[in-house]
Design a binder for this molecule. Structure first.
Ligand code: ATP
Length: 513
């Protein structure tokens, strides 16, 4: 199936099976805001648990917090968001569509890269087994030309972004002859800065309401609680603070479903360390976070690091973990070495001392920070895209199956009486009453068994159990596995053991190195 089709199918599957709905659906939706349905919320909670437990349970020196969304407005001055959390936007006068200037240019860079990869792929096909890829890349005239164009553009772009030179960004778009994908024209406006924070007011106007912001990242809630947690938890450096929570960004171009939303959720961990050790810890966290992703079993070839060349003003090293989405490799998580920028800024703006006294060295310092920051919704999307599968069955039938990692699946077990009488429903309910304390079970008696299996396949339920007349006599049932569709007769008393080991978050965590 073409990758574009996969994406379209995932989007409609999410709606049809209660994973994700457009927000305010009966009012025709709200741009780039989505709601999670009955199955979506379970999957999302499982992703969050996998992350939370891998951070907080698996590390003695990481604790969690839950800070408020509303924060003192000066925080955003100190963090730099008020002055610098901007995207450069540009409009096409003909289509009236708005774009991010940086994204238009990055897509152009990606086009050159694609051309190179296509050349290499063509040569690979032509030369077969004797193909020496490295040599080809070094010697091909065409590859060299494309590479030179790509590098020149990249350099010009990086310079313009670092200096936030808006005129130059526009000039690049004109020089590269980038057209609007809708109108096909180059009738571009000037490039303008656009701040991504949402504003609101706190207090009634009569007592002098103050402007406050919906947080655009959860990280600042951690920084401003550094002293509270360090003191009350008697934390010793190195230590981390983890948090899961909503963040809000007034994204200029919100496309691609839940990939880029205006209200989304982040899972962030700030790891406080001694100055000078940051590059070692940066490497450690890069490895740990990649292992966390790959532990889901989606294949190492679907992930890559993208090291940043243009570093944010606060960072001295940064990388993204990218996942192969149906629309290309895309950032799912960012790992940043943020130096002591945030704590020093809060020290300056709040007037409070934010230091760590190292008892072994007998000295105080402002800790450095390594941040790992992952979007729950992007993670959700990557899991859905990778798990969605249409299978051709014998006899010409097809089935849609979500091959979710069992530990993330919304429902772990469906229990189905073969027919709605002869005591079979009661027996099925008995099984659920016993197992519902251990994992999420669903009872289903409607339609044929075949249809019921398909429904469960479509939401990724790893196990289905059928209760038949024999079950009443000898307390055995048929258990069916989602992926292989294999069926086995087992005793009811064995069910918990068979299922539980494979469906818990603990089972995932135990595989994590
Ligand atoms: P992008 O370049 O795609 O806008 P970013 O580099 O600004 O992302 P960060 O500020 O590093 O993103 O945020 C950390 C993580 O939060 C991202 O890796 C992503 O998973 C998630 N995230 C950021 N913005 C959004 C959004 N608008 N919708 C959904 N998730 C988001």
């Amino acid at each position: 199936m073409a990758q574009e089709d996969v994406f379209k199918k995932v989007v409609s599957h999410c709606k049809e099976y209660g994973f994700v709905f457009p927000s305010s659906d009966i009012y025709d939706g709200l741009g780039a805001v989505y709601d999670y349905g009955q199955n979506g919320v379970e999957l999302k909670n499982n992703i969050k648990q996998y992350w939370w437990q891998s951070m907080v349970l698996m590390h003695e020196n990481i604790v969690g917090i839950d800070s408020a969304i509303f924060m003192h407005p000066t925080i955003w001055k100190a963090s730099g968001h008020l002055d610098a959390f901007n995207d450069p936007l540009i409009d096409n006068r003909d289509s009236k569509k708005r774009y991010r200037a940086d994204v238009l240019i990055e897509e152009q860079i990606a086009k050159y890269e694609d051309k190179i990869e296509k050349e290499v792929a063509k040569a690979r096909k032509r030369f077969g087994d004797s193909f020496d890829e490295q040599k080809y890349r070094e010697t091909s005239q065409k590859v060299a030309e494309e590479q030179a164009r790509r590098d020149a553009l990249h350099e010009r772009y990086s310079k313009a972004m670092n200096a936030m030179n808006l005129e130059e960004l526009r000039q690049i778009i004109l020089d590269e002859a980038i057209v609007c994908p809708i109108s096909g024209t180059r009738n571009w406006t000037e490039v303008r800065q656009f701040n991504l924070m949402f504003k609101t007011e706190m207090g009634s106007t009569a007592d002098g309401a103050s402007t406050i912001y919906l947080r655009p990242e959860t990280a600042q809630g951690i920084f401003v609680n550094y002293l509270n947690v360090q003191k009350t938890g008697r934390m010793k450096i190195p230590f981390g603070i983890a948090q899961i929570g909503k963040a809000f960004r007034n994204e200029i171009v919100a496309r691609q479903f839940i990939f880029r939303m205006r209200e989304f959720e982040q899972m962030e961990m700030q790891f406080f360390i001694k100055p000078g050790t940051e590059l070692d810890w940066f490497r450690t966290w890069k490895e740990k976070r990649m292992a966390w992703h790959q532990n889901l079993g989606f294949g190492a070839e679907n992930y890559r690091f993208h090291d940043h060349e243009k570093l944010a003003h606060y960072a001295n090293a940064a990388t993204d973990i990218e996942f192969r989405m149906p629309f290309g490799f895309k950032e799912v998580e960012g790992i940043h070495s943020r130096t002591n920028f945030d704590l020093s800024q809060h020290e300056k703006y709040s007037g409070k001392q934010i230091k760590y006294f190292d008892p072994e060295q007998g000295e105080s310092y402002t800790p450095y920070v390594i941040e790992t920051s992952i979007g729950v919704d992007r993670m959700f999307l990557s899991v859905m895209c990778h798990s969605y599968c249409e299978e051709q069955l014998e006899g010409g039938d097809t089935r849609v199956v979500l091959r979710l990692p069992a530990a993330l699946a919304p429902v772990k077990l469906a229990v189905m009486p073969l027919i709605k009488k002869d005591g079979l429903p009661e027996k099925a309910r008995e099984i659920i009453d016993d197992l519902k304390f251990h994992f999420n079970c669903q009872y289903d008696e409607k339609d044929s068994i075949g249809k019921r299996y398909r429904r469960q396949d479509a939401i990724g339920t790893p196990y289905c159990v059928t209760v038949d007349h024999q079950s009443i006599e000898d307390n055995t049932v048929t258990i069916r596995m989602r992926d292989t569709m294999e069926q086995q007769r087992v005793e009811i008393s064995q069910l918990r053991g068979i299922i539980e080991d494979n469906v818990t978050i603990t089972s995932l965590l135990k595989k994590l190195k």
